[in-house]
Design a protein. Sequence first.
Length: 247
Amino acid sequence: MIGGVGVAPVERTAHPRFKRILSERELAQFFTPDEAEVAWARRRTHARPERVLALLVLLKCCARLGYFPDLADIPASVDERIRGTITIPPDTTVAFPADRSAERHRSWSREYLGLVHDPARAREIAMAAMEEAAPVRGSVVDLVNVALEELVRAGLELSGFSTLDDLFASSIVFSTTIDMTTVLSGMAAKGWTLQASDLAVLSPYRRENVPRFVDYTTDHLHTPLPAYTPTIHSGATEGASSRTSIS
């Protein structure tokens, strides 16, 4: 749990990840480069064996997962499989470039795969998908999977699981706040007297983007609710006002 909002283990979602042990069938199907991929990697790296191997490892990992994993998470069997299927010295080790060279390798791989790297757009699409699905599919697993489907459909490099999990928490709290506002406004319309102290326990907690620890005011409970447009402005920060009016 995060501040009362459920967090899913990655294993229960559709977020792609490496298994602890990759079968021979998986290695053959997903991590064996074809002739075109090998020729492409040789051209890009001027046929330097260690760079050819590194570029092909990144390419095949991204093709399988939809994102670039941490290098430490890449199973040794992937390196071994690719090394054994291309013509390079058998003792060649993977030499992942650093800094700008590493980004070039990722950029080349995205271009080859037709994958778009746009984190801001990915967050917007994932957030919109979760907002739309939250009222009827409120579990972490369901909402993360909905977001993943939309990101794949848009041809975007997938967001990390922790990012999707954080977006899930924001979407649930946002949806809950709207529900609370509707109920409280209805109570006020029926003549209930609501004090700020009555509302103090309603907000789970405050984190980035969505205020979750706030002091709600009751000043505008009798004001009719405006039409709701399902959009979250991701620019909101912790520096925003600590008092939120329910209207």
